[in-house]
Design a protein around this ligand. Sequence first.
Ligand code: ATP
Length: 208
Amino acid sequence: MAPTIGLLGGSFDPIHLAHLELARCAEGQLELDEVWLIPAGRPWQRGDLGADAGQREQMVRLAAQGEPRLRVLDLELRRSGPSYTVDTLRELQAAHPGHRFVLLLGADQLENFRTWKDWRHIAAGADLAAAPRPEHELRPDAELLAALQAAGHRLLQLRMPPLAVSATAVREHAAQGLDLRGLVPPAVADYIERHHLYRNHPAPHGHP
Ligand code: ATP
């Protein structure tokens, strides 16, 4: 049978426990063979990031260590210009014609989905699976649903308790010198500490 792969993209500035929980829930509930984590090179809807691309990638790799079903892809980091999901999906589909891809995302990005570049192409190319997130609606958008259905794709809703963890909160905690262990995996907390990341970062973007 064709392998089914969940794709979880993000700025991962830094990767945190809710990203991992999302990946784990998707893997179990959608019977995925693997989840591929895809750090964005230059997230197009973001201003300056707190950590550079190499550091964000390294933290994603540390978080994925010892998780046999998690793979880290650097294709967006190697691509020049802004990172668009539509390009990533096309590239992966061309490279792996036998695979079925499901795009994983949180409720905030589901609300945002129709602002993504070429969102109709994305909806025509893959199922979506969305996770709840505090203060965001998991309600399907009629236009998005219609586009998915026209292409024989679906919007799946992941069962997961809404987790009030965000990269913004991690950066804010780090800036205040607080313990990060309830927010990120221990290896990522150590990395942030060792590299003095986010120390002077006022977190101009992101979630409460
Ligand atoms: P920031 O706080 O900087 O905006 P973030 O915590 O939203 O960052 P991203 O790397 O932008 O992290 O998110 C990558 C993907 O993970 C997105 O689809 C996002 O919706 C999802 N995600 C992040 N945090 C959560 C969460 N707490 N619950 C559900 N989904 C989440």
